[in-house]
Design a protein around this ligand. Structure first.
Ligand code: 13P
Length: 249
């Protein structure tokens, strides 16, 4: 039985001092021992956030990292900088990073490998555009993203990975995918992992849905056989995140 994982992606929102306030507001609302809860916050607020969640079951994640160990990469943050301060998760290859910061399947793969090398759990993002969905190439496209993201990732590490399926047309639009659409793609991702590795790995890996998840849609989405939680943007900055985390209550 896979444990659900519900992560907030704060994106470029909240200053460090606003982070303290928001975490103290959300802390009592996201107390659900049945699920893993992760807040992925801007790099500048990671230390503050780690301090603010002490004594709770909330884990802190980063929204990005560089794939090199260290060196002349002005403005970038490395995996060991993240682990040094107690970060446990890192979002890799979010569609906004692919679209605005030229990330490719290849850089995603390098980052996934580097994250595992340092004991970070990557939340590997994939998802199709509206055009791809309308052209009927969604599954092909997602399979390609997954196959390249997991190139040379060992079976032991793959089991620990989290994959977030986020259809781009559903992000920040209020247009949540239907449970059937979300389940269909998450199932296809699991089948793809079974092809690359084996059934045990496919059964172990956790697959989230992301894209306009709210307290109103969470329970039905997370009840699907292949959906193991969510990656939540807008609603993770609001008390509604408490409803999402407590979808089973
Ligand atoms: P929204 O929940 O705001 O649609 O964002 C989803 C997302 O991109 C999470 O990574």
């Amino acid at each position: 039985m896979r444990r659900k994982i519900i992560a907030g992606n704060w994106k470029m929102n909240k200053t460090p001092s606003e982070t303290v306030t928001l975490i103290s507001e959300l802390k009592p609302l996201v107390d659900n021992k049945d699920v893993d809860v992760v807040f992925c916050v801007p790099a500048i607020s990671l230390t503050t956030a780690i301090e603010a969640v002490k004594g709770t079951n909330i884990q802190i994640g980063a929204e990005n990292m560089h794939f090199e160990e260290s060196g002349a990469y002005t403005g970038e943050i490395s995996a060991n900088m993240l682990t040094d301060i107690g970060v446990k998760y890192v979002i890799i290859g979010h569609s906004e990073r692919r679209e605005y910061f030229a990330e490719t399947n290849e850089t995603v793969n390098k980052k996934v490998l580097k994250a595992f090398e340092h004991g970070l759990t990557p939340i590997v993002c994939c998802g199709e555009t509206l055009t791809q969905r309308e052209q009927g190439v969604t599954i092909d496209f997602i399979r390609q993203q997954i196959k390249i993201a997991f190139l040379n990732v060992s079976v032991e590490n793959a089991k620990k990975a989290v994959i977030a399926y986020e259809p781009i047309w559903a992000i920040g639009t209020g247009k949540v995918a239907t449970t059937e659409q979300a389940q269909e793609v998450c199932k296809a991702i699991r089948e793809c992992i079974a092809e690359i590795y084996d059934q045990a790995t496919a059964d172990a890996i956790r697959i989230q849905y992301g894209g306009s998840v709210s307290g109103a849609s969470a329970a039905e989405l997370f009840a699907q056989a292949d959906i193991d939680g969510g990656l939540v943007g807008g609603a993770s900055l609001k008390p509604d995140f408490g409803k999402i985390v407590n979808y089973n209550k």
